[in-house]
Write a protein that binds this ligand. Structure first.
Ligand SMILES: Nc1ncnc2c1ncn2[C@@H]1O[C@H](COP(=O)(O)OP(=O)(O)OP(=O)(O)O)[C@@H](O)[C@H]1O
Length: 231
């Protein structure tokens, strides 16, 4: 068995409630390997986004252990966590967060700016076009977001997440603002990333989309368990 990309053991998280602290995650175990896709279902408020933000190193667990590619990152200092976040993770959200005045290609290229500046022009263009191609919208490279449909805009956002070749793709309700058919295309574009060895963790309310993933889990009472089989 290969080394797991993401390995969470006994993850706990308590958040301030209105009156008293709330134990949102009480012992989450999750292992995701390269090329694997996992869907996380759960009722509203069950802690799905909280869990994703811990995996993506936006926040820190109170307890438990987090290994990334076999390396223990449970207590990584914030500066190192930030560097790891941008090197290892791609993020896709319900809102697309595209810059309206830039073309699709320019929006994707924005992800290639780092502390050292831009990649050299030709290399950058090739990476951007490859990412747009991967999600099936290379022909829309010069279009600006207001001229694109919701599904096309979300695929630009996925290309922006993929262009840095992350090891793990985290998607939080990426089809929440889309109709069913458009959502299906977006799910396929996300899933295609696993063919290249990316690990994919998808938070969704849509059981049909969840069933497109290799495994379907449910967050309930602070822990993850295999989702029940549908009648
Ligand atoms: N920063 C915070 N401080 C206190 N409580 C929070 C904070 N963020 C979220 N919560 C609460 O924690 C619980 C879990 O929130 P979370 O957003 O993780 O749930 P979710 O399963 O993603 O919900 P949804 O499906 O509605 O997006 C909710 O009750 C939410 O109100």
């Amino acid at each position: 068995m290969t080394t797991a990309l993401v390995q969470l053991t006994g993850i706990t998280k308590t958040l301030k409630g209105q009156n008293a602290p709330r134990n949102i995650l009480t012992g989450v175990d999750l292992t995701v390997h390269s090329g694997e896709s996992v869907a996380i279902l759960g009722r509203s408020g069950s802690g799905k986004s909280t869990l994703l933000s811990l995996i993506g190193l936006f926040d820190r667990a109170d307890g438990g252990e987090y290994l990334l590619g076999g390396r223990d990152i449970t207590r990584l200092p914030e500066r190192k966590a930030a560097a790891l976040r941008s090197a290892e993770f791609g993020f896709v959200f319900q809102r697309f967060f595209l810059l309206k005045h830039l073309t699709a290609a320019q929006n994707v290229a924005m992800a290639l700016v780092n502390g050292q500046g831009w990649l050299a022009g030709r290399k950058r263009r090739a990476k951007v076009m490859a990412a747009l191609e991967q999600v099936g919208i290379a022909h829309l490279a010069k279009h600006r977001p207001p001229r694109l449909s919701g599904g096309e805009q979300q695929r630009v956002a996925i290309a922006r997440a993929l262009v840095r070749e992350p090891r793990v793709l985290l998607a939080d309700e990426p089809t929440g603002a889309l109709d069913t058919e458009t959502g299906r295309l977006v799910i396929e574009a996300l899933h295609a990333a696993t063919d290249r060895g990316c690990g994919l963790i998808l938070v969704t309310h849509d059981r049909d989309h969840a069933d497109r993933m290799g495994r379907v889990l449910e967050l309930q009472d602070g822990v993850l368990a295999p989702a029940g089989v549908r009648a």
